[in-house]
Design a protein around this ligand. Structure first.
Ligand SMILES: [Zn+2]
Ligand SMILES: [Zn+2]
Length: 163
């Protein structure tokens, strides 16, 4: 990913789920991780959603695809944990949904999200300065930060224009 990569572009989505899974597979190879079949399956479902997707929708789609019945929930949750821990997907706490990461080659990262209340799109705001500022402010108070969740709700450019 070069300097010109515009992650603040609201139209920058994961367009091609298969290509995204292939990119994560390569990243896993480079980092000594294993993208097992269920992990790849869950990742593909998140990517195919094209926007934030809730765990129960993922479970439904996973069940439909695998006809795996009661074994599905633990399998899906374990896969989500793996994908989250390695930064391939993000969890949006405020709407309790998952979204594919735009840059699966980066290590696990905190990133602010812009979430549209109308079309429910979620855009990664790639600005390390915001993350660093929060981190420094926390440390100045003697607080050791481990994770950040920063989610800004509002209207995306397209919805604001059309509204
Ligand atoms: Zn990301
Ligand atoms: Zn919108």
């Amino acid at each position: 990913m070069g300097k010109t990569h515009a992650c603040t572009d609201p139209h920058h989505h994961v367009h091609d789920a298969a290509a995204f899974v292939a990119a994560v597979e390569r990243a896993c190879g480079e980092r000594g991780l294993r993208l097992t079949a269920p992990r790849a399956r869950v990742l593909a479902l998140v990517a195919q959603a094209g926007g934030p997707i809730k765990a129960y929708d993922l479970l439904d789609r996973f069940r439909d695809a695998e006809s795996s019945g009661n074994a599905a929930p633990p399998t899906v949750y374990r896969a989500l944990d793996f994908l989250l821990a390695n930064g391939f997907i993000h969890k949006l706490e405020s709407i309790n949904a998952f979204v594919a990461c735009h840059h699966p080659n980066a290590a696990q990262h905190s990133v602010p999200f812009l979430i549209c209340n109308r079309c429910h799109s979620a855009t990664e705001l790639e600005d390390a300065g915001i993350v660093d500022t929060l981190d420094a402010a926390a440390r100045a108070l003697g607080f050791a930060p481990q994770a950040q969740t920063l989610e800004v709700h509002g209207l995306c450019a397209r919805c604001a224009r059309d509204g």
